[in-house]
Design a protein around this ligand. Structure first.
Ligand SMILES: Cc1ncc(COP(=O)(O)O)c(C=O)c1O
Length: 400
């Protein structure tokens, strides 16, 4: 048995089978490179579902975690912790004036936003409009907010108060507003849904209707935040500011942390005792996140993500010329989707064999999200691997 097979056996016996997995045991990472237990090296163009968005084990994050772990790992939220205050100030300073609630994951941040909206509308307004094809996480409320029935199947009864509308269709959203509506929630780019970018008219139209009807506009920037799209937060591409924004993934540079930011005028909606997270905003998580912000700023990573993103998009777009089953390339910054007319699983598996990690979502959409530190030469190397694999797929197709 190889070491990989031994670990797979442990999973088979002892770990719940909630994920589809590739037969790779990752043990080490540095920047864009990840290494497995057999010593194989990979170019990681989807580092931890974008959690390691500034690359694996960024030295600033590693050193912040190491130093903080020696001082204090956790402080209960019944006391103050300096780093939580500083991180909240940093997030607000990088986004919009308001206050922050800290938690540990994306779904938890989404839950926080849902609870804030419910409290804001209490008692008469509680309905939240979310988008078809969206993704907001795996808790009961988050799967209900997620506008894809297959994520909800088998988990009924689901919480009430969620209504769905077509993404990028302002009239469809407007038609769902009732006197019970309190908020509209969306991802500015649907990630798991297949890298679908919200149009300018859609976002500005939503802002206008939310202002007119006193609804909260909630942006789920869990995947799009922290420089990924070529702005620190994706909403900054549009001439609007959301009322609430949720963050996770890259926020901790690899360390778990989630956050909900609400505009100042609504930020005191949740009062003591109404919401909490035992681990939320621990000094260790906040140290990792502050170091992540520092790394992004000092490394000019947001601007680089915009530039490298254009390069990545152009290189991937060229694949359309060579392969008729490459349908569309779309995205923003370093969040790019390649929609195929064939199943993507074969492509992802073959890429792994050749040393490239990418993701496939919605069965046919390759999701490419390298760390913000990616270089053009690394993009060239990754696209060359993908080209080889697509060539093989074409051959297989023509033989069958
Ligand atoms: C847009 C969006 N929202 C929420 C989540 C859930 O985050 P988590 O898995 O940290 O709970 C995800 C995770 O992929 C996401 O992409």
């Amino acid at each position: 048995m190889t070491q990989t097979e031994e670990i797979m056996q442990l999973y088979y016996e002892y770990v719940m089978p909630t994920y589809t997995k590739s037969p790779v045991v990752l043990v080490r990472g540095k920047g864009i490179k990840a290494y497995d237990i057999e010593g194989r090296e990979f170019l990681d163009f989807f580092p931890g579902w974008a959690v390691s968005g500034i690359g694996h084990c960024h030295p600033k994050v590693v050193s912040a975690i190491r130093e903080q772990a020696k001082k204090m790992i956790h402080v209960s939220n019944n006391y103050y912790n300096e780093l939580q205050g500083l991180l909240a100030k940093k997030i607000v300073g990088s986004s919009f004036d308001g206050k922050v609630f800290f938690c540990n994951s994306g779904a938890e941040a989404v839950e926080g936003a849902i609870k804030l909206a419910r409290k804001f509308g209490h008692p008469s307004r509680y309905e939240i409009i979310t988008m078809d094809n969206s993704f907001h996480g795996r808790t009961l409320a988050a799967i209900t907010a997620t506008g894809q029935p297959h994520h909800q199947e088998g988990f009924a009864p689901l919480p009430q108060g969620f209504v769905y509308a077509s993404f990028n269709n302002l009239e469809a959203v407007k038609s769902k507003i009732t006197d019970k509506t309190v908020a509209i929630m969306l991802e500015p780019i649907q990630g798991e849904g297949g890298i679908i970018v919200a149009s300018d008219e859609f976002i500005t139209g939503l802002r206008k209707v939310c202002d007119e009807k006193n609804l909260l506009l909630i942006f789920d920037e869990i995947q799009t935040g922290m420089g990924r799209t070529g702005k620190m937060f994706c909403y900054q591409h549009y001439n609007v500011i959301p009322d609430v924004m949720v963050l996770a993934k890259t926020l901790g540079g690899g360390f778990p942390i989630g956050a909900m930011i609400a505009k100042r005028k609504i930020a005191d909606t949740l009062q003591p005792g109404m919401h909490a997270a035992t681990f939320g905003g621990s000094p260790l998580a906040c140290a990792a996140s502050l170091a992540t912000f520092e790394a992004i700023e000092e490394g000019d990573m947001v601007e680089k993500a915009a530039r490298r993103g254009r390069y990545l998009y152009n290189r991937l777009s060229l694949l359309k010329k060579d392969f008729p089953f490459v349908k569309i390339v779309r995205g923003r910054g370093l969040m790019v989707g390649v929609e195929l007319e064939i199943e993507g699983k074969y492509i992802v598996d073959k890429c792994i064999e050749k040393g490239l990690l990418i993701n496939c979502t919605q069965k046919k959409i390759l999701r490419v999200m390298p760390p913000l530190t990616v270089k053009n030469s690394e993009i060239d190397a990754a696209v060359a691997i993908l080209h080889d694999v697509l060539e093989e797929a074409q051959k297989v197709q023509s033989e069958s």
